[in-house]
Design a protein around this ligand. Structure first.
Ligand code: IPE
Ligand code: IPE
Ligand code: MG
Length: 250
């Protein structure tokens, strides 16, 4: 057993979700353009994905890492910033496919596909296809993602099933809803990390995080390192998750 397993008491989250925030502040603090903050943030993505893939392999967890990289609300930003972000997703997926293959990472995307530039979709499908047989960490990019839109899409899909007589309204349960979300088949996040200090969810995985443990780090995403991730994991390992029941140890 390595020191790291001891450090986490063998309790690593199966699914980590991260709201990667603070790229803009990182850039502005250095007198740089916000786009350079996003570039620095992409390097952190590489570091954290690699670290999670390593933890998955050596310590048996996490199995899923879900990163919030572009929200549906982010279209409200200046055109130049959105264009720089879209260009970065293209480059990230193109460049990172080899690393994903090396690390046995399976790529996945959640979010609406409309409005995404065709080049982003091309790289996304290429990455999905190339990594589809990998058996290690599942890396999900929330790209053009909004939780209320996801829930609305699920309601629509279930209504269609009902209208077609494929499901009776009284058969609809929580599992039906989960099965019709973009995250169908994935376990709910156990740990939700937000960087850059903001105490809000910003329309991320509202249904799925109902019992996630929250960890807000003051560190801006481009400055977030393996050590900061470990801090979140140690904190998680010390939480007492009761899910509404009483603490069995007391
Ligand atoms: C997060 O960083 C990245 C995206 C939302 C795309 P921000 O760009 O929101 O950084 P701040 O919040 O302005 O510092
Ligand atoms: C949330 O960050 C979205 C992503 C990290 C992609 P924002 O910076 O967009 O969130 P708000 O605007 O502070 O709520
Ligand atoms: Mg922000």
């Amino acid at each position: 057993m390595s020191d790291k397993v001891d450090q986490f008491g063998g309790r690593l989250p199966r699914h980590i979700a991260i709201i990667m925030d603070g790229n803009g502040r990182w850039a502005l603090g250095r007198g740089l353009d916000r786009a350079l903050g996003h570039r620095a943030g992409a390097k952190t993505v590489r570091t954290i994905v690699t670290e999670c893939a390593r933890l998955h392999k050596e310590n048996g967890g996490p199995d899923y890492l879900t990163l919030y990289s572009f929200s549906m609300e982010n279209w409200k930003r200046p055109i130049a910033e959105v264009a720089a972000l879209m260009q970065m997703y293209i480059e990230y997926m193109r460049l990172e496919r080899a690393t994903m293959m090396e690390n046995n990472v399976r790529f996945h995307q959640i979010g609406r596909l409309d409005h995404l530039p065709p080049e982003v979709l091309d790289e996304m499908y290429a990455t999905l296809d190339e990594t589809k047989n990998n058996t290690g960490l599942t890396l999900t990019l929330a790209l053009n993602y909004g939780s209320r839109a996801e829930i609305t899409d699920a309601v629509r899909a279930i209504a269609k099933l009902a209208a077609a007589g494929k499901i009776r309204p009284d058969q609809i349960d929580e599992q039906t809803v989960s099965d019709n979300l973009y995250t169908a088949g994935m376990p709910d996040p156990d740990l939700l990390i937000r960087t850059a200090g903001e105490m809000r969810i910003s329309n991320y995985l509202l249904w799925q995080i109902s019992y996630a443990e929250l960890f807000v780090s003051p560190v801006l995403w481009p400055d977030f390192t393996e050590a900061h991730l470990q801090e979140a994991l140690v904190s998680f390992s010390q939480r007492n998750r009761r899910f509404g029941a009483l603490d069995p140890a007391k």
